[in-house]
Design a protein around this ligand. Structure first.
Ligand code: NAP
Length: 485
């Protein structure tokens, strides 16, 4: 296994074109969540290594910013091809460190490549404007320029694709980058360094440091050479990074936590809704920011929906992501399992009923049964908090207005979903939901062509779509006078 992945499994940091260890020589162990066994180590770097990475990125920016859009587009296309040529190997590495099924890992790696291709295309379309001038002898131009050194911090649940949405637009715009992958899944992030080297990005353009999150984060947020922080992770850490970045007035993009509602109305296609529910709930064992956190089902079809969802959830094959046919891998660690158990205990104590699952899986370790809980109430913990695990709590509602109100009753605003067969209702509900992304009769909606992002405390800015480029570009107004016209 490791034999096949070893070329991309870099147990070192990439700083200014060199693969290096931490100054202290200290390392962090990386564990396979399916077996609990160590896969390897990565350097435990801190502030000093991060500073060197930033300085290397700043130096590289001086020439990289001058490359043509076409040149950068070609490099990104090569990067796309390199990812796809190695899709299976990269997927295997992802499953080894993260646990998700190989099918999902292949999907994630494919999605990473698709984002890179999208931004390769967008690189050539960062248009400015020629604005009608109010002065006869002056002309007004508005141009777009790369912001400079970008710091990218990514989470463990999508260690490859979360980076593609940051590196893709950064490199397309002509920025250079310092990346900090999550400590539990660093190899998929470090693999980007190997891929970028392979396709010919100059040294210092992409730097990757692993290690102490606090020290690396502090340096990235406070160093004046860094012009933008792009972060995907928890709302708690996101808020802290925004505060720390304020002293040097950096641009910030934040993809933070979610609490996605999934509404099913009496007039919905029930089987389609159940199919969408399974995809929107149990993907990556419930560990995605857009995973359904709360199901709201109208009273007329409530019992039927719960029955069918439980039936379908029982059929999900749980096991090591590397095994054939597995649909749900382990949770990332035992702490995550304990958190899931707390949600269940709290719900049962308040009158919730476990319809399927509800306990650790017979496989042991951090495997957990796909779970459905009926009789969910607004005083239960999952009404407010992100579950990040395979529990589907199902609430009952009577009216459309009530459903919208409950769905919006959260400080989060990332993704939401609803199922209805009524066109008028589709528009009313879509407009009533305060979320950055809405799936109507669809449970999986992410694609590079569309802006992915949240409102309220789920974040700032969008990744993907043409909007995904804007935060990596500064707008410059140029007034050309004295034209003698
Ligand atoms: P997390 O604990 O916030 O960690 C995310 C990243 O931040 C990791 O690389 C982590 O490093 C780093 N970090 C931790 N403390 C830091 C600090 N003081 N300064 C700088 N960086 C720091 O989140 P997670 O548990 O990995 O990911 C799950 C969360 O991400 C969920 O809330 C989920 O909803 C959210 N998420 C959002 C989106 C979106 O697009 N909106 C997508 C995916 C996930 P270490 O690993 O070294 O601790």
């Amino acid at each position: 296994m490791l034999q096949k992945t070893s070329h991309f499994m870099r147990q070192a940091n990439l700083i200014n074109g060199e693969w290096v260890q931490a100054d202290s020589g200290q390392t962090i162990d990386v564990i396979n969540p399916a077996t609990g066994l160590k896969i390897g180590t990565v350097p435990k770097a801190g502030g000093a290594e991060t500073r060197r990475a930033i300085e290397a990125a700043e130096e590289a920016f001086k020439s990289f910013r001058k490359t043509s859009a076409l040149e950068r587009s070609k490099l990104l296309r090569k990067l796309h091809d390199a990812i796809m040529d190695n899709q299976d190997v990269l997927a295997e590495l992802l499953t080894l460190e993260q646990g998700k099924s190989l099918t999902e890992s292949r999907g994630e790696v494919g999605s990473s490549a698709a984002y890179v291709l999208w931004f390769a295309e967008e690189a050539r379309r960062t248009y400015g404007d020629v604005v009608p001038s109010p002065w006869a002898d002056r002309r007004i131009l508005v141009t777009k320029e790369p912001v400079g050194v970008v710091a990218a911090i990514t989470p463990w649940n999508f260690p490859s694709s979360m980076l593609s949405r940051k590196l893709g637009p950064a490199l397309a715009a002509g920025c250079t980058a310092v990346v900090k992958p999550a400590s539990q899944t660093p190899y998929s992030g470090l693999a980007w360094g190997a891929l970028c080297e392979e396709v010919g990005f100059p040294k210092g353009v992409v730097n990757i440091v692993t290690g102490s999150a606090g020290e690396i984060g502090d340096e990235l947020c406070t160093n004046p050479l860094v012009k933008k922080i792009t972060f995907t992770g928890s709302t708690e850490i996101g808020k802290m990074l925004i505060q720390k970045s304020a002293m040097t007035v950096k641009k910030v993009s934040m993809e933070l936590g979610g609490n996605a509602p999934f509404l099913v109305f009496d007039d919905a296609d029930l089987d389609r809704a159940v199919q969408g529910a399974i995809a929107a709930k149990y993907r990556n064992s419930g560990q995605t920011c857009v995973c359904t956190n709360r199901f709201f089902v109208q009273e007329g079809i409530y019992d039927k929906f719960v029955e069918k969802l439980a039936e379908a959830s029982k059929k999900l094959k749980v096991g090591s992501g590397l095994d054939d046919g597995v649909q749900q891998g382990p949770l990332i660690d035992v702490k995550a399992v304990e958190k899931v158990e707390e949600f269940i205990e709290d719900a049962v104590a308040k009158g919730g009923k476990i319809v399927s699952g509800g306990k650790r899986h017979a496989l042991g370790g951090s495997f957990f049964e796909p779970t459905v809980i009926s009789g969910a109430k607004s005083n239960m913990k999952f009404m407010k908090d992100e579950i990040f695990g395979p529990i589907a709590p199902v609430f009952k509602f009577k009216t459309e207005a009530e459903a919208i109100e409950q769905a919006n009753d959260t400080e989060f605003g990332l993704a939401c979903y609803f199922y209805t067969g009524d066109l008028g209702r589709a528009f009313r509900v879509m407009e009533g939901l305060k979320y950055g992304m809405v799936g109507v009769n669809e449970g999986i909606i992410t694609t590079p062509e569309a802006p992915f992002g949240g409102v309220k405390e789920s974040g700032l800015g969008s990744e993907g779509g043409y909007q995904g480029m804007t935060d990596y570009l500064d707008t410059k107004y140029v007034c050309i006078g004295g034209l003698g016209l």
